[in-house]
Design a protein around this ligand. Structure first.
Ligand code: RIB
Ligand code: CA
Length: 323
């Protein structure tokens, strides 16, 4: 069984990714770190806690992480919407502030913060751990800045973030990397084995409304909640970024399911990927060196350019209905 740490800004697609991970016999989720992203840290942490309580999985520890990106909010003009503070993002409909689940009653975040827990866990782990960050990379970057040697205990980092062909937060940048580009740069250059699951892949793995109906009909707690979230995402996407054919991406779940079956992604190639944090129009943009123009740079990741929608939906359905 592969031991993983999830790093989330829960959000509907993070929630579906968490459900897939904790219901997969192939994975053991040793902890979940939360970060500012889709919403402020109090929202993303509460959403994570309420999801685990809803599923009866209170034994999985949650570590509250960074409440702001590393430095990108310092110039006021650069990140006007981060942290989210009441002014709706354009993507509001996709997540809402809170997941539509009962508020957490008993489950609390652990006393130790996410960054300290990364350091403690990765300096003492007897076996290497896989990290799956599906929000801004702030927590892991901060931990790497304090104790760079933790990289020796990382098996692989599978990141949902970045984009080659187009952004979603801006024309140039994907949301997670846009939020904290400096953190993305630190993680990408840390020397660990890295796989990037970008928008290019997640947009090829959209889930349809009719498939959400099938998932709902399977009747597990995870299926019912996930089907609701997928439908919410389809409604949200249809207003701000229509995908056509009554469907929407469930980005973060693709990164988790890639751990179980690499076949859900396609055209995965070794690549040098950089990130712009210059503060201009392309701030947060991932720069993917497809033609090896940086001839002196070795690849720093495997980059998934596409996905297999049918395989993804099949595996998603299987994992959500597992219990
Ligand atoms: O760009 C998609 C990513 O941004 C997903 O992880 C979503 O949850 C948001 O964090
Ligand atoms: Ca996310």
């Amino acid at each position: 069984m592969r031991k993983i740490i999830l790093d989330v800004d829960t959000g509907t697609d993070d929630a579906i990714a968490i459900m897939c991970a904790i219901q997969s016999a192939e994975l053991e989720v040793v902890g979940i770190c939360t970060v500012n992203g889709n919403r402020g840290i109090s929202y993303t942490t509460e959403n994570t806690l309420r999801l685990l309580e809803y599923l009866g999985r209170e034994e999985i520890p949650v570590y509250k992480g960074a409440c702001l990106p590393m430095v990108s909010t310092l110039p006021a003009w650069r990140r006007p919407e981060v942290p989210y503070g009441g002014k709706p993002f354009r993507e509001m409909e996709i997540h809402g502030d809170y997941l539509e689940l009962p508020p957490s009653k008993n489950k609390k975040a652990e006393d130790i913060d996410a960054v300290s827990w990364y350091i403690k866990t990765l300096t003492t782990a007897k076996e290497k751990l896989t990290i799956v960050p599906v929000g801004p990379l702030t927590n892991l970057a901060l931990a790497l800045r304090v104790r760079p040697e933790i990289v020796d205990n990382i098996e692989e980092i599978v990141i949902m973030g970045a984009a080659y062909a187009h952004g979603n937060k801006t024309a140039a940048a994907e949301f997670n990397w846009w939020c904290d580009p400096e953190a993305a740069k630190i993680v990408m250059d840390c020397g660990a084995k890295i796989t990037v699951i970008p928008l290019d892949a997640t947009h090829k793995a959209c889930v349809k409304g009719s498939e959400a109906d099938v998932i709902e009909s399977l009747g597990t707690k995870a299926c019912i909640a996930a089907a609701d979230m997928i439908k919410q995402r389809i409604r949200g996407y249809s207003t701000f970024q229509p995908m056509g054919d009554d469907m929407a991406p469930v980005h973060d779940a693709l990164a988790v399911l890639y751990l179980i079956d690499k076949g859900v992604c396609e055209d995965v190639r070794p690549m040098y990927v950089d990130v712009d944090f210059g503060g201009g129009a392309s701030d947060g943009m991932s720069i993917v060196d497809v033609d090896k123009r940086y001839y002196d740079k070795e690849p720093n990741c495997e980059f998934a350019f596409s996905a297999n929608r049918e395989k993804f939906v099949k595996l998603l359905t299987e994992k959500l209905s597992a219990r």
